[in-house]
Design a protein around this ligand. Structure first.
Ligand code: HEC
Length: 105
C-alpha cells in the first residue's frame, strides 16, 4: 500500500516535470492547430499578397495586435470578427506558432 502511494507520487512528479518541459512545444502545436482559420488569408511563407505577413513576429506584439482588433481599436472588420472569437490562451498559442516560423526571403 505504502509502496503504491510512493509510486503514484513519483509518477505524478515525473509527469509534472515532463509537462512543464514540453509546455512551450504544446503551445506551438496548439497554435498550429488553430492557425487553420488564419492561413486561408495569411500566407505561411510570409508573403504579402495584399494581406500582411504574420510570421516571425515577437509574441507580445502579436497578442497586442490581436487584442487591438478585439477591442476595435484597429478597424479591420474581418480581423475584428476573428479576434473577438479568440481567448487569451488561443492568442498566445497562435503567437507562439506564427512566431516560430521564419519568413522566406
Ligand atoms: C478573411 C481573411 C483573414 C483571416 C481568416 C485572418 N486574417 Fe488576419 N488580417 C487580414 C487582413 C486583411 C489584415 C490587415 C488588416 C488591417 O489593415 O488592419 C489582417 C491583419 C492581421 C494582423 C496584423 C498584421 C499587421 O501587419 O499589422 C495579424 C497579427 C493577424 N491578421 C492575425 C491573424 C490570425 C492569428 C488569424 C487566425 C486566427 C487571422 N489573422 C485570420 C485578413 C485575415
Amino acid at each position: 500500500m505504502q509502496y503504491h502511494t510512493f509510486t503514484m507520487l513519483a509518477f505524478g512528479l515525473a509527469l509534472s516535470v515532463a509537462s512543464s518541459a514540453v509546455r512551450a512545444d504544446e503551445k506551438v502545436e496548439y497554435g498550429q492547430y488553430l492557425s487553420g482559420s488564419c492561413v486561408t488569408c495569411h500566407q505561411l511563407s510570409g508573403a504579402d499578397n495584399g494581406i500582411p505577413a504574420i510570421v516571425g513576429w515577437d509574441k507580445e506584439a502579436f497578442v497586442e495586435v490581436l487584442n487591438s482588433y478585439k477591442t476595435k481599436e484597429r478597424e479591420n472588420k474581418a480581423m475584428q470578427v476573428i479576434a473577438v472569437g479568440l481567448s487569451k490562451e488561443e492568442m498566445e498559442a497562435l503567437a507562439a506558432y506564427f512566431g516560430s516560423l521564419k519568413p522566406k526571403e
